[in-house]
Design a protein around this ligand. Sequence first.
Ligand code: UD1
Ligand code: UDP
Length: 379
Amino acid sequence: MKIVTVVGARPQIIKAAALSRAIKSNFSNRIEEIIVHTGQHYDANMSDVFFGELGIPQPNINLGIGSAGHGKQTAMMLQGIESILLEKNPDFIVLYGDTNSTLAGAMAGAKLHIPIVHIEAGLRSFNKSMPEEINRIMCDHASTLLFVPTLAGIRNLEKEGFNVKAEAPFSIDNPGIFHCGDIMFDNLLHFSQTAEEKTTVISDLAINDKRFILCTIHRDNNTDIPERLNAIFSALNCLTAENGPEVVLPLHPRTSKLLETRLKPLLFQSIMNNKSIHLIPPVSYLEMIALEKNASLILTDSGGVQKEAYFFHKPLVVARPETEWTEIIDNGAGIIADADEEKIVSSVTELLGNKGLSFPEVFGDGHAAEFICNKMLSI
Ligand code: UD1
Ligand code: UDP
């Protein structure tokens, strides 16, 4: 079986690592994988670092598309992926998540009648102002095999009219839907042990009392709407005041490029002078999970980091109006605080004071990648 895997953004490279590892370990004589990188993320610390660290084969093809507006970026990717599919004629095109690289892959695959495998299918925020919501809905509806990490995802698809009990033969008109757990959990189990041994990020930061909040912010509505960005950073200032925990914030390039112009000048200065806020460049995956394991709490608008907080049994504050990972909130392990300064501060205080949080298993058994490979082979 020949598959073309499309990656482009940081989280997709990380997710693809789990599938590539499973192919290498258990299916190398049965699955040939061709990795295509659209080039959506291109800084060394947003792309190359993950290939080396996670042992992913270098992409066979890098389209080098880079940054652009949604239309131009997606169109250039579509053109590039279409040419590759015509040349390679794979049995499946494998797509992850909800980025513009996912959407371009879905459009290319569907029009060429190459069955699409969508990993991380079924997630919904029910907020179509998010570019990701459009991308994931369109990809799900063009897919032949939908691998869904959570039961909430299965219910979402059912409500949209998918037959979640469909039987083979599967096609774009009769897609197969499988609840398989979360492929990011596979990675975490694989790398968690070595993350702290192989990195020095925690000692390098020299955090007082070792108490810190790990924060990441990159959603377009948080970076591009100044009121929201100001509210989030005001909350960070407030949280670190009067002997509060320190904050470690690996800055996504989108956020770091906008910080100085979007924050009010006084707030920007105050953040820059605040020794308890560690603004650092994006870290590697192993460094990130070392930070997650050692954090007291995680405050984020990232999809992947929300789940990783839960995997490591860390309280979570979501800096978004809603989440696709509703189980975390339903289980009381996280609070949606949006970009509301007071709500962020009160949620952090509440969760840090609650020693009775529980984290029932909702993201599978850490073998999603093997499950996906077996299903693809059996069909
Ligand atoms: C993209 C995804 C988002 C995902 C995120 C993961 C879409 C629509 N958005 O958002 O779903 O959560 O990746 O991180 O696909 N930039 C750099 N260097 C890079 C990459 C980006 O400087 O290597 C800067 C550029 O200024 C660029 C901006 O970041 O314009 C945004 O990059 P883009 O890939 O368009 O969207 P993300 O915000 O990264
Ligand atoms: N991540 C990383 N370094 C960082 C920030 C995040 O390795 O500096 C990892 C994180 O552990 C998770 C993934 O990147 O596995 C999440 O990606 P991101 O937040 O960019 O995107 P999202 O999941 O929101 O689409």
